[in-house]
Ligand binder design. Structure first.
Ligand SMILES: [Zn+2]
Length: 458
């Protein structure tokens, strides 16, 4: 299977537009780590891909954490003495401190002020703030809005509920030939924020749609979960099965105009780390590889020492480093169709690498085989002839059972897709045979009849 080819056959501009459109449909929903906002979001994703929804009751112990009370909100405002809503949740859901306890009161500006959150450096932006684990209430507003509030009494209302309920997450499992898994995880708990949250959700959904059409060697598990507590809850409930996860990726903040950043897994030398470094080097955009650190998105949980799963994190601009982060400026203008589409393209490239990366043995290792007499001294299409033949020579030379196709791609400087196509052709010509590797390889071999020889060179 070549997902990248499938992707390239489509119109990238149309894909970007469609991704952005889906983000704009999800944008108005007031999500949180629990409640109806995340349920509605998951229901919209479920219209596109098969999604199993789990509901975990409040109070459930998950490792060192406890599933919190469920939060729902219907309305919130601050009204001035004239009855005008000077802060209005209906205009933008960021206006309420996420997880605010219910409030109905009339109070002076002085009493209200400790509950008002602003960003003085960006006086027109509204901050996104939460208080999940400490019961509190508050309003987020632009600094200029706050400066415009005159002394006097204000009517304050937060029509929310915080009570026993559930934590909700969604899971899409696309079974492959093997039960070994690739995990794709993204958080779905942020309200009207586009890059941090929605970009990951829409790209992951589109990747699952692309994958669900074809056969694949690995099984793919997509998680749409509330950040931190969702990943912890999922890991607690699936502790026994995580050994199946051979590669994993957290997707977040992949829609802005910045270049790519990939944060390596805690292992640092996992196949996903090498695959991502390779994919980004050839993606045509600036990119940077970051070492693992125990702070960030849900890779922190997957890479906690007890699990130490091979899970990295793909971002564009790194969270916390751009001023729009966790503010109303992370809106639908901040994410771009072109960047969303290219992020999906990188994900498709990664799938192709993981699906096709294996070790082969050259059955004709004594000097170069004569390519001409096998009709291999010709181009197969897109690339110029010298690139195609060069790729075949690289594959033949390094297919000693030790080097994977990804190793060869890295060493040759050629894109993985070119090396993998060369290997396909050489295998069909009887010059290469696959070496048994992990379980997913063996299952793939049974399907294709591609049985390996295990003798070594003498
Ligand atoms: Zn965030």
């Amino acid at each position: 299977m070549r997902l990248l080819t499938e992707f390239q056959e489509k119109d990238a501009a149309a894909i970007g537009k469609e991704l952005h459109l889906f983000a704009s449909q999800l944008y108005p929903i007031c999500r949180s780590i629990t409640g109806d906002g995340i349920r509605r979001t998951l229901a919209m994703i479920a219209e596109r891909i098969p999604l199993r929804i789990s509901e975990v009751p409040t109070g459930t112990e998950v490792f060192d954490w406890t599933v919190p009370k469920e939060w729902n909100i219907r309305d919130a405002y601050i009204k001035d003495a004239g009855g005008t809503r000077v802060v209005d949740f209906q205009r933008l859901n960021l206006h309420v401190l996420n997880y605010s306890t219910p409030v109905r009161a009339t109070m002076s500006l002085g009493e209200l002020r400790p509950h008002l959150l602003t960003i003085a450096e960006h006086p027109d932006w509204i901050p996104y703030r939460t208080s999940y684990y400490k019961e509190s209430w508050g309003f987020c507003l632009s600094h200029n809005q706050m400066l415009a509030m005159k002394d006097g009494d204000y009517e304050v209302c937060i029509d929310s509920t915080l009570r026993e309920g559930h934590l909700t997450y969604g899971e899409c499992l696309l079974p492959g030939a093997s039960d070994e898994e690739v995990l794709i995880s993204c958080h779905a708990c942020h309200p009207s924020l586009a890059n941090d949250n929605l970009s990951g959700l829409v790209v992951a959904t589109a990747l699952a749609e692309l994958l669900s059409g074809g056969e694949h060697r690995y099984s793919y598990r997509f998680l749409f979960i509330p950040g931190t507590i969702g990943a912890i809850t999922w890991l607690a409930r699936n502790h026994g099965g995580v050994g199946r996860i051979k590669h994993g990726l957290v997707l977040s903040g992949i829609g802005d105009a910045g270049g790519f950043h990939y944060k390596k897994s805690r292992q640092g030398n996992a196949e996903i780390d090498a695959a991502m470094a390779h994919a980004l080097r050839h993606c045509g955009e600036p990119s940077e590889i970051l070492e693992f650190s125990p702070y960030g998105y849900d890779e922190r949980q997957y890479c906690s020492p007890g699990f130490n799963l091979p899970v990295g994190c793909l971002m564009r601009s790194v969270w916390g480093t751009f001023p729009e982060y966790h503010t109303s400026a992370d809106n639908l203008d901040f994410i771009k169709p072109k960047q969303l589409a290219n992020s999906l393209r990188v994900c498709a490239t990664i799938v192709d690498i993981l699906e096709n990366n294996r070790r082969y043995r050259n059955l004709n290792p004594y000097c170069e085989p004569q390519l001409g007499k096998r009709d291999l001294y010709r181009s197969t299409g897109g690339e110029d002839i010298s690139t195609d033949i060069n790729a075949r020579l690289w594959v033949l030379n390094f297919s000693d059972g030790q080097h994977s196709l990804l190793d060869i791609a890295e060493r040759s400087g050629l894109p993985f897709s070119t090396i993998a196509s060369a290997a396909d052709l050489l295998r069909q010509s009887g010059l290469l045979v696959a070496v048994p590797g992990q379980k997913a390889d063996q299952v793939a071999d049974q399907i294709t009849g591609n049985i390996a020889e295990v003798t070594s060179f003498r």
